[in-house]
Design a binder for this molecule. Structure first.
Ligand code: NAP
Ligand code: MG
Length: 499
């Protein structure tokens, strides 16, 4: 035993200075993934050749390497997929009992859990998101969605009492590249639980986990044609939207394309839900727990490289907290590790595509030109692939493009406010209305703010939290309809005679 000197100095010792932390590479192995050289379209329960023979490559945005060649569905293929979905619906699926449909959904959920590492690695390879996010967020949530809606499949009459809920029919479902598997789960799980069949179109740059999901659907023995997965680009999506056999269109993507789809379906009597873009305000009051708020702001905008529709891309800071918050944010920005998505230590992965990288670059340039001050920490980027340094802007005014337009990248625009009223006014000064965040110690202020913020989701002292039981969706140009929760079943049901 060593003697310890008694001390009378009770002051808090100065924090030890941490040496710069070096991380050894911690790459996740890709061996678990079995890529095919070429993928067909998944129609009627099997992989088939496209009618026209068109194909396109999908690459890894981190290395620009071609991962696989994927089929491009033309109008004939879309027609074939819609017909397969129709016949599966009319001959089998709509009349199956809810409990039987639930069994299939549970099976898909369990297989996703069993094969989650394979899916997570493939998601990071094809889309560029950090493995720790695909592993800990995308995959658990995707499985949770199937589990959750499996639970509703045999309880629809309790969810919607006094009516006999009936499926709508064939759903045409179009999804973006930022959460490829998770968006597929958000679309398929409620549609199937409600007795619909589906034709799903994944995004051009991230088709591979949807095609792996097709294998899971085979493995789960789903009746052929209940789920059809057709790959392609915008033209394939447009052909699906225009097909009169798709009784309902569910679209997640940009506001521009959403508007086009709304025009195309107007007056046809076909159902439509749109989950579109956002420009969320993350609002920090001076009584907020500042260190927690810093983490929330960082997570709000740098999670998934900022490719998040509900990203907290506008930070509104209460003036008295501004200096402290900005110092801490800059320090935290410098600790983000940008690079190989498959490295378990990576915080910020690759930008999903060259086109998206160019769009981010263009908007960031406009921020500088319009007079905002840009801050980027020292950051080494890999030589190949698509990358963007985590960036923040101060001196942003509300008229700047970086305060108004969705950048969909790792770029934060910071503004200030003096009163809660001013915070609400600035937060709502946007054509979008998908999400918002409020950071304060006062519960009453959270409720006061939540009542006034025109956003589908308001997070309090947290950000980017998702749960299958909680409805998600927008106001204004962020779209209409809700996904998740009981609300998420409604767009897939006919509830005629509802009181
Ligand atoms: P996008 O260009 O609108 O594409 C979304 C999907 O629509 C893709 O599968 C795309 O195919 C397809 N598409 C393109 N043109 C089409 C057309 N004329 N008709 C039918 N389908 C068409 O959007 P993105 O750039 O992929 O995704 C980013 C956007 O999605 C952001 O604005 C983001 O905010 C939004 N988003 C919203 C939510 C939400 O829940 N509100 C969630 C995630 C993302 P290709 O990719 O093959 O071209
Ligand atoms: Mg890709």
């Amino acid at each position: 035993m060593t003697d310890v000197e008694p001390t009378t100095d009770l002051s808090v010792p100065a924090e030890p200075v941490m040496p710069a932390w070096e991380y050894a590479p911690a790459p996740e192995s890709t061996e678990i993934v079995r890529l095919r050289e070429r993928y067909g379209l998944f129609i009627g329960g099997e992989f088939v050749e496209p009618a026209t023979g068109g194909t396109f490559p999908t690459i890894s945005p981190a290395t620009e390497e071609v991962l696989a060649v994927v089929s491009e569905a033309g109008p004939e293929d879309v027609d074939r997929a819609v017909r397969a979905a129709r016949s599966a619906h009319d001959q089998h699926w709509r009349d199956l009992s809810g409990a039987e449909r639930a069994k299939y959904l549970y099976r898909i959920a369990r297989i996703l859990q069993e094969r989650s590492r394979e899916f997570a690695v493939l998601e990071s390879m094809d889309g560029g998101k950090p493995i720790k996010e695909s592993r800990d967020v995308d995959l658990p949530l995707a499985a949770a969605h199937f589990f959750y809606y499996a639970g509703w499949a045999d309880k629809l009459e309790y969810a919607f009492p006094h009516v006999e809920p009936r499926p709508v029919g064939v759903a045409g479902q179009i999804i973006p590249w930022n959460f490829p598997l998770l968006m597929a789960a958000w679309k398929l799980a409620p549609a199937l639980a409600a007795g619909n069949t589906s034709v799903l179109k994944p995004a051009e740059t991230t088709p591979l986990t949807a095609l792996l999901l097709a294998e899971v659907i085979q493995q789960a023995d789903l009746p052929p044609g209940v789920v059809n997965i057709i790959t392609g680009a915008g033209a394939t999506g447009a052909a699906l939207v225009e097909h009169p056999g798709a009784d309902k269109i569910a679209f997640t993507g940009s506001t521009d394309v959403g508007k086009r789809i709304q025009r195309a379906t107007a007056g046809t009597g076909r159902r439509l839900t749109l989950e579109l873009g956002g420009k969320a305000a993350n609002i920090v009051f001076d009584d907020a727990p500042i260190d927690q708020a810093v983490e929330g702001v960082i997570n709000g905008i740098f999670f998934n490289q900022g490719h998040v529709c509900c990203a907290g891309s506008r930070l509104l800071v209460h003036e008295p907290a501004y200096d402290e918050l900005l110092d801490k944010l800059k320090a935290r920005l410098g600790t983000l590790r940008v690079g190989d998505p498959l490295d378990k230590n990576t915080d910020v992965g690759a930008i999903n595509s060259r086109a998206q990288l160019e769009k981010i670059g263009e908007l960031v340039e406009s921020g500088v030109e319009e007079g905002a001050q840009m801050y980027q920490p020292p950051c080494e980027l890999p030589d190949r692939g698509f990358w963007f340094v985590p960036t923040l802007f101060t001196g942003v005014s509300q008229s700047h493009r970086i305060a108004r337009e969705e950048i969909f990248g790792p770029v934060l625009s910071i503004m200030t406010f003096r009163t809660p009223e001013e915070a609400v006014e600035k937060a709502n000064n946007t054509p979008y209305g998908l999400s918002a965040g409020v950071w304060t110690e006062k519960g009453s202020r959270i409720l006061w703010m939540a009542e006034r913020l025109r956003a589908g989701v308001v997070w309090a002292n947290t950000f980017n939290r998702f749960d299958p039981a909680s409805p998600f969706g927008g106001y204004k140009e962020s779209g209409f309809g809700r996904e998740g929760g009981v609300h998420g079943l409604e767009p897939y049901l006919r509830l005629e005679g509802r009181p």
